[in-house]
Ligand binder design. Structure first.
Ligand SMILES: C[S@@+](CC[C@H](N)C(=O)[O-])C[C@H]1O[C@@H](n2cnc3c(N)ncnc32)[C@H](O)[C@@H]1O
Ligand code: SF4
Ligand code: SF4
Length: 402
């Protein structure tokens, strides 16, 4: 099912929600029946979204009939539609699992190198096979999943069994068609790249982090890294990985230079500086896509030789556009199910895969649903307001002082 059709079906539910409140029962039923016909034009045994919408729409349709026949009161009908509406936003398409929290580098601004709550929780370690088996067994029942990310706070290739572990998840959860790996580039040996090429999935996203605007700068911030080593292995990856199957990305973040201390600088000045990192990497690796951003600090983690700058983003929207809480289930190396994969200001654990069903807690956790509701209705302060992943009005960036 395409994004447009999914959107159309979601809108159909919203229209139904509004229409039933205005009492236009007949119009509601007409909308649902029309959209049900659309869903049935898909092979819903092959398409997880079609199946999900089919179940929901047929249930609502049956409820219409019961209400019209007087078997169910209008109050019950409205309550059930409300329940369906509150859940339909949740489409767990992405599974993020951290195969390790260990790292071979000590990047000065990274959470891995700090005492922030995210990394403190799991006491730096690799994921065990027991945890992985629990995750995979549960994930295979989640039909809408289509993407596996092994990104997190650590270096995936530090876990010597990364390949076997990813293969195991892909075999157990065949609806997953895409894998994302993010690496610091220092362990991109030929052996590891050859294994990336052999991963049994349709699409691979392979991201390498190189920061700042020069080799000296990336080596300064990413302590332990060597630009030449990363460059050599990246060029091997570019030649080795199948272009029809693999997207290679470079991820570049910059600490702002000292001239930003003098004041008078704007958000756009910061963006102009950051784009230099893009230009540098495009000249080093022609044709490779580069994403760039700025460095922020994690709560409770002072980064030596920097100061925090808060700057208004004039292009910001008041709406939180990060979809993680609606689409991603994130599990850390100890099996803890996280409320959000990457916000250190809001670390609460929903449960653990050893004794909880991750879909169940992710769907029903009251506190998480409260945050989701605030995001959808744009009411109340959510932890996302403080998070740099959200395009909110104020951005936090580090400036170099030394
Ligand atoms: C935490 S790392 C984990 C994956 C892998 N070890 C790597 O370095 O790519 C993921 C990304 O977060 C970025 N990062 C780390 N600390 C950051 C910070 N304080 N602000 C912005 N990005 C940060 C890193 O540069 C990297 O691109
Ligand atoms: S390599 Fe990645 S995980 Fe390791 S310290 Fe650097 S940014 Fe953090
Ligand atoms: S904006 Fe930040 S806190 Fe909110 S869901 Fe996205 S990553 Fe998590």
């Amino acid at each position: 099912m395409s994004e447009e059709v999914i959107q159309l079906l979601m809108n159909g539910l919203l229209i139904t929600g509004k229409a039933h409140k205005s009492g236009d029962f007949i119009q509601c039923k007409a909308v649902i029946e029309k959209l049900l016909t659309l869903i049935m034009s898909y092979d819903y045994n092959q398409d997880a979204f079609a199946k999900k919408f089919y179940r929901l729409y047929t249930a609502i349709n049956a409820l219409f009939d019961k209400t019209q026949a007087g078997e169910v009161t209008h109050e019950v009908f409205y309550a059930q539609i409300d329940d369906a509406l509150s859940k339909f936003h949740l489409n767990p398409t992405k599974l993020r699992i951290e195969l390790t929290r260990l790292c071979n580098l000590r990047c000065r601004y990274c959470a891995c190198n700090s005492t922030n709550p995210i990394t403190a929780q799991t006491n730096k370690k690799h994921m065990s096979w027991d945890v992985l088996r629990n995750i995979a067994e549960q994930a295979k029942e989640i039909e809408t999943l289509n993407e596996l990310s092994v990104c997190g706070y650590g270096e995936t290739f530090m876990n010597k069994e990364w390949f076997e572990m990813i293969c195991y998840v892909l075999e157990t959860v065949p609806q997953i068609k895409k894998v994302l790996i993010q690496t610091n580039g220092m362990l991109n040996t030929k052996e590891n790249i050859d294994k990336v090429a052999q991963l049994p999935c349709e699409r691979i996203s392979f991201e390498v982090s190189i920061d700042g605007i020069s080799a000296e700068e990336t080596e300064y911030w990413r302590v332990g890294s060597k630009f030449e080593t990363i460059k050599e292995s990246l060029n091997y990856a570019i030649s080795r990985l199948d272009k029809n199957k693999t997207e290679i990305w470079l991820f570049n973040v910059s600490v702002l230079p000292k001239e930003f201390l003098t004041g008078g600088k704007t958000f756009h000045d910061a963006m102009a500086h950051i784009s230099k990192g893009n230009e540098w990497l495009r000249s080093e690796f022609p044709g490779v896509t580069v994403h760039s951003g700025y460095v922020h600090n994690y709560p409770g983690h002072a980064v030596d030789g920097t100061v925090l700058w808060e700057v208004a983003n004039p292009d910001a929207s008041s709406k939180i556009s990060c979809a993680y809480r609606f689409v991603m289930i994130a599990v850390d190396p100890g099996g803890d199910i996280l409320s959000c994969p990457c916000d250190a200001t809001d670390v609460f654990v929903l449960g653990n895969v050893a004794h909880d069903n991750m879909l169940n807690v992710w769907t029903n956790n009251a506190k998480l649903n409260e945050i989701r509701k605030m995001i959808i209705t744009e009411t109340g302060a959510t932890p996302c307001d403080q998070c740099n992943a959200n395009p909110s009005a104020v951005k936090r960036m580090l400036i170099k002082t030394t």
